[in-house]
Each structure stands twice: as C-alpha cells, then as structure tokens.
Design a protein around this ligand. Structure first.
Ligand code: ACM
Length: 540
C-alpha cells in the first residue's frame, strides 16, 4: 500500500513537473488545463487576419525551423484536424502588447489587439513546442494571459568600437524578439568611427568611418600597444532599411543614436571646421575612453548647427521611430574652456557655463528633431542644464540620477552601470575573457529592480518607463564575444522588465534557464557564459 502511495506521489510529481511553466520571461498568468493537449501534424493549419500575413509566415518559418513541421497557412478554420487560430479582439485585450493564448482539443487560439501582442504570443508558443524535429508533436493544454510590466524594454549595441556583420544585427534582433524586448538602441557614432551612411556629409564615411589602428589588450595595460590595421566601415542606407524592415516585422523599434556634442572625434576628423581647433588635422580615435584626454567635442559654430540640423533631418527621414537618441554623455568641458570662440558664443547667448553650452547643443538637436516630429532621448547628463520635459532621460547612473530626472518630470529609462552594463565582467575568474571592469552577475541583473526603493519612496515610480542593458564593444571584437557577454544576462533582464515584480523568483528562474534556455542557446548556436551558476550575486 505504501509503495502504491509512493508511486502515486511520484506519478503526480512527474505530471506537475511536465506542466510547470517553462516560459521566459515568466507570463503574468499560466494555467495548465485538464483537457487534452493539441496535436499538431503536417495537416494542421495556421489561420489569421490577412494584415498579419507577414507574421503568420514568420510563425510558420519559426515552427519549421524548430520542429521540422511545416504548417499550411489557411484563410479559414479547417473542417477537421487541428489548427492555430490568430484573432484580434480589443474587447478581451485591454493593454498594449498583451495576448491570450489558449490551447486545448484541436485548437490553439491566440488573441491580441496589436502586432506586438502577436509577436509576443508567437514567442510563447515557440517555447511550449518541443525543441526537436518530429513529424507531429503535442502542445500542452494551457491558458495564458500575459502583458509586460514596463513599456520600454531595450537592448543597446555599440557598433562603433567594433562593427558586426548585418547578419549578426538581424540575429541580435531575433534575440530581442524571443525575449519580448521591444527596442533596439543602435549606437551608430562615436570617437572611433561613424557607422551609418550619411548622404549630406559624405566625408563622415570616406574619412570618419575609418581608423588607422586599434588598441590591443586592456586600456590599463602599460605601455599601450596598437595594431596597425585600418579598421572600419559603415552600414549603407540600403542595409539600414533592411534592418528596419526585419525589426518591424518582429515588433522591434530601432532607435538610432548619434552621439553629440562630445564623443565626436570621428566627426571632427572628417570636418575639422566643426571642432574647437579648425586648423587641426584630427585622427579617428584608436584608443578607448577619450573623456578629458583627447579633444572630441563640437564647437558651437554656425556651420556646426547647420550640420546638426541636416544630419538629424536625414536620420529622421530614414528611421520611423518617434525617438532619436542624441547622446549627450561624457562631454569634456576642457576644450570649450580653452576655446575663445566657444567662450564668446556662451557670453553672447547668456550661457552661464559649459554645462549650459552642452544643454544648448541638445536643445538645438531637439528643435531640429521636432521639425521632423521626433523627440529626444539622451543620456542623463543632458540634465546638466535646463531642458524641456519631452526629452526621455536614459540614466546610466544610479537611483540618485533617476530621482533627479523624475523630480524634473522627465520620463526615465533605467540603464545603471551596475548591473545593466553587459561589458562588465560576469565572474572573478582571472582566466575569464577580457572585459572593461566591474562584476555584474546574472543574479544581480535578475534581482535589480528598475524602480529602486529610493525612487519608490520619492514617489517617482510613474516616471520610470523601463530599462535597458548596454553593450559597449571595446572588448568585443566579434559577434561570438557579444553573445558570450549578453547570455545569460539578457535572459535575466528580459524577465526583470516583463514579469510582475511580486512573481519574480530567482531559484525558479535559474531552473528555467537551465532546463529551457540553455538548450535554446545551443539550438541557436549562440555562445554563452556557461559558469553563471557558480558566480552568484553573493560571491563578491
Ligand atoms: C555612457 O556609458 N557613457 C553612456
């Protein structure tokens, strides 16, 4: 009898295990149903609104890639056999990006009211289908209701310090889509190169996209060593359009960053007349971290503002996003202090110091963007002067900077260096692959709340619209290294930005990461940091 109870107990246990929610990021509500699971085979159909034809094809291709099974797309629900029905119903869906997914009997039903809801539902469906080829398979009977905690969920990629093939940019977008992020922040310009084709100022590409050498090893190594390889390139407008179309189909908004008025060494190399020393022959930076070390700022000359208006218009015409990122970070004041022209300009405009001059540049950029119906995102240093509150602040500091921005009634995206900088180390292993510094473990990414207690106490939570991890690529020469640095931290971030905070559970997440995500990384052929289990948050 005891044995019977034991077997019964184990049996129930196995059944519960099999029904455990495998999905990352964890949905708001996941309910196993007692009905029969849905069997999909070669006769099963995908049925959905014509306006989502591209997404239906994307679902068809993704399922085929994962399971080997190619479902037909049909205009109507088939008379017999199983099917996957996608429908729009605003009455059942009361939030942006929300979806319902119910599977039982011969029907898998997805209900949405917008494209992102559908894209999110597709990712969930892929996670409850087997990750293995077969001629038919079963989808468990479930009822899922799901929507995001934050409206902005982003990943950044610096393609300046190192540039990556277009195919990798698309792969990166696929990674975002899978994890239900909605924004790709594309860092396209910096001291070490321009990475986007600009028609109106062609020397940005012929000169500004190329550097003559690159630092070898770590920035702190003494003496500094350089290779002698010309490095660079840029994404053409045609390639950018290809990325935009690829992202749009997958519900990802692409926000380009043109970093001004600092981080502009490549610009002034191409056009010295925009610098504080127009007679100088500059070079595109070959080292990292220019702040206060090498002149990289724009001078407030009439021709500089004409330049900024023209390129921000060109960028606005190319990118459909409502927001354009104008940088505004780490702007050294030394070069303006030493420049009589800049000083005279500040006096003439009544700008009290160089911080005010920096904000003047940002306000001008905001004005040019407004002419094209766009708004500004900038790093938190844009608040060093007075700026109108339509600008979104991307805070790479901590709670303190978030509070300052919120108090000024700016919307804030949290991207704190600790723990959302994925260029930091994820272990203390001296043999770990080179990184800039720091220690941001997967656990700390998971546990960090983008609304820190100090912000909640200051009653500023409503200003926090989301979060993002930044991927600066000084020490990521190849796309495989990018993968190694983002996985599994990006997976942890996705749940932190999506799942209701009271439902987060690190142990449960670690289990899903191990059971469900690692096989997925392998399926993608993606590199990842395999020792995450041993480098916990507590191991300082
Ligand atoms: C930054 O890390 N300078 C935004």
């Amino acid at each position: 009898m005891r044995l019977l109870y034991f077997l019964l107990f184990v049996g129930i246990g196995i059944q519960v295990m099999a029904q455990t929610n495998p999905i990352i990021p964890k949905p708001v509500s996941y309910q196993s149903l007692s009905s029969a699971s849905v069997k999909l085979d070669a006769n099963s159909k995908i049925v959905g609104p014509a306006k989502y034809q591209a997404q239906l094809q994307y679902l068809q291709a993704s399922l085929k890639q994962q399971t080997g099974l190619q479902l037909g797309i049909s205009k109507q629900v088939p008379k017999s056999g199983s099917y996957l029905l996608i429908q729009e119903d605003p009455n059942q869906i009361d939030k942006a990006e929300m979806y319902l997914l119910t599977s039982k009997g011969n029907e898998i039903k997805i209900t949405v009211k917008d494209l992102r809801g559908l894209v999110n539902a597709i990712q969930t469906l892929l996670q409850i289908c087997p990750l293995q080829k077969s001629s038919s398979f079963e989808v468990p009977a479930v009822a899922i209701k799901d929507y995001p905690r934050f409206e902005y969920r982003g990943m950044h990629l610096d393609v300046v310090r190192h540039m990556f093939p277009l195919e990798f940019i698309k792969k990166y977008i696929d990674y975002l889509t899978f994890h239900k992020f909605n924004t790709f922040h594309w860092h396209l310009t910096d001291d070490q190169g321009w990475r986007i084709e600009i028609l109106s100022y062609p020397k940005l590409n012929s000169i500004g996209s190329w550097r003559n050498a690159t630092l070898i090893g770590h920035f702190n190594d003494k003496p500094a060593r350089y290779d002698s390889t010309r490095y660079g390139g840029f994404y053409t407008r045609k390639e950018v359009k290809e990325v935009l179309a690829y992202a749009a189909l997958r519900g990802i908004e692409v926000i380009p960053e043109i970093d001004i008025p600092g981080h502009s060494r490549a610009t002034i190399t191409a056009y010295p007349e925009f610098s504080t020393k127009p007679d100088t022959t500059w070079n595109v930076a070959t080292t990292w971290g220019m702040y206060n070390r090498q002149n990289n700022v724009l001078a407030p000359r009439p021709e500089t503002f004409t330049f900024l208006r023209t390129i921000f218009h060109e960028i606005s015409d190319l990118f459909p996003s409502k927001y354009i990122h104008v940088g505004g970070d780490e702007c050294s004041k030394l070069w303006w202090k030493a420049d009589p022209f800049s000083q005279a300009f500040m006096k003439e405009k009544g700008l009290k110091d160089e911080h005010a001059l920096q904000t003047y540049f940002i306000s001008q950029a905001a004005k040019y963007l407004k002419e094209k119906n766009k708004q500004v995102i900038g790093w938190h240093e844009i608040l060093e002067g007075e700026l109108d509150t339509s600008a979104i602040v991307m805070n790479w500091g901590g709670a303190k900077e978030g509070i300052e921005a919120g108090k000024l009634k700016h919307r804030v995206i949290m991207t704190p260096g600790k723990p959302y900088y994925f260029d930091h180390y994820q272990s203390h292993d001296p043999k770990d692959s080179l990184a800039i510094h720091g220690y941001n473990t997967m656990d700390s990414v998971y546990q960090y709340d983008p609304v820190p207690a100090a912000l909640r106490d200051a009653k500023l939570d409503q200003y926090i619209i989301g979060g993002q991890a930044n991927v600066w690529t000084e020490y990521m020469g190849y796309s495989t290294k990018v993968e190694y640095m983002i996985f599994p931290r990006m997976t942890a971030l996705s749940e932190s930005l999506w799942t209701p905070v009271e439902q987060k559970n690190l142990d449960d997440f670690r289990n899903r990461l191990k059971q469900n995500m690692q096989p997925r990384y392998d399926f993608w052929g993606a590199h990842y940091f395999k020792q995450w289990e041993q480098w916990t948050r507590d191991k300082q």
